[in-house]
Write a protein of this length. Structure first.
Length: 295
């Protein structure tokens, strides 16, 4: 059987992350913000963790509040100042023995994974029973304005469009994937971050600086016309510009929280096992709809 379709160029991702490493202290403001939000969520968990795997955790971010943490990345250049043991790895093929960690944290890495279901299965395997996965990834309407502006400009200037912004996962899909990967009590929520830029060129420059530019294998690999980007900037400005002439870029950050199955976890009851009708529990009057099947 053939494996999952390779949508993203992982070798290019490694080179891009390596090239961005020296600039991340300044350009990585978005990664830094998401890291703080992950730490806030970790602080809300009433549990102490002993052994953690941190994926994509930058050196200038706060160390994980865990006695023993391993910091891992696809590019070794992103690990030079890691505050703990370092491991170069590809999250699509985790070289981790089963039941090695009680916590896995991933900061803005999973949206570049070709086989996301497979990566989640491997993370579940690497966790001890009742271990926690806490991850953040871009999804939803992230950079939708830029995607539409580039597409319209390319159709207008070049007579056709090529993929330039990665497809984004939706919240309902991620919840299903966590369940399919064998996780218990999966929760996915979204926080939208809006960043203001002087123009679309500054936005695209920032994406390159933080290693988040186009990595699609089907991308146009030749030189693009300058006129294309000028027209895309005009379209973006017309649709998303404010009174001061600035534009807003939208980033939907999906936060994934799930637990490896373990003893003592709450489990859903078997369908049909309820002993009290919902209307009784709510103190409401039950109305029968003519023609509706009986439950």
């Amino acid at each position: 059987m053939s494996g999952p379709k390779e949508i993203f160029d992982r070798a290019l991702l490694r080179r891009r992350r390596a090239a961005a490493a020296p600039r991340m202290a300044d350009a990585g403001f978005l990664h830094r913000d998401v890291a703080h939000r992950l730490l806030e969520r970790l602080g809300d968990v009433n549990r102490r963790f002993a052994h953690a795997l941190a994926l994509g955790w930058e050196a200038w971010e706060s160390p994980l509040p865990v006695p023993a943490a391993v910091y891992a990345d696809l590019a070794p250049e992103r690990l030079r100042r890691a505050p703990g043991p370092r491991l170069v790895l590809d999250e699509e093929a985790l070289p981790i023995a089963g039941r090695s960690f009680d916590l896995i944290v991933s900061n803005l890495m999973l949206h570049w994974v070709n086989d996301l279901p497979g990566a989640l299965v491997q993370m579940n395997h690497a966790l001890i029973p009742d271990g926690l996965l806490l991850a953040a990834m871009f999804g939803g309407e992230t950079l939708a304005g830029l995607r539409h502006a580039l597409m319209e400009a390319e159709i207008e200037v070049c007579g056709g469009a090529s993929p330039r912004v990665a497809p984004m996962a939706e919240i309902r899909d991620l919840g299903d994937l966590l369940q399919r990967a064998g996780f218990a009590m999966p929760v996915v929520d979204v926080e939208t971050v809006r960043v203001s830029y002087g123009d679309a060129f500054r936005l695209m420059q920032d994406l390159r600086a933080m290693g988040e530019a186009n990595l699609l294998r089907a991308r146009h690999k030749g030189f693009s016309r300058r006129r294309l980007f000028l027209r895309a900037a005009e379209i973006y400005q017309a649709r998303h510009g404010d009174e001061e002439g600035r534009i807003a870029a939208r980033f939907d950050v999906h936060f994934l929280t799930a637990w490896a199955p373990g003893p003592g976890q709450p489990r859903p009851k078997r369908p049909g096992s309820a002993t009290v009708r919902l209307a009784e529990a709510l103190g409401a009057t039950e109305v029968r709809i003519p023609g509706a099947p009986r439950q």
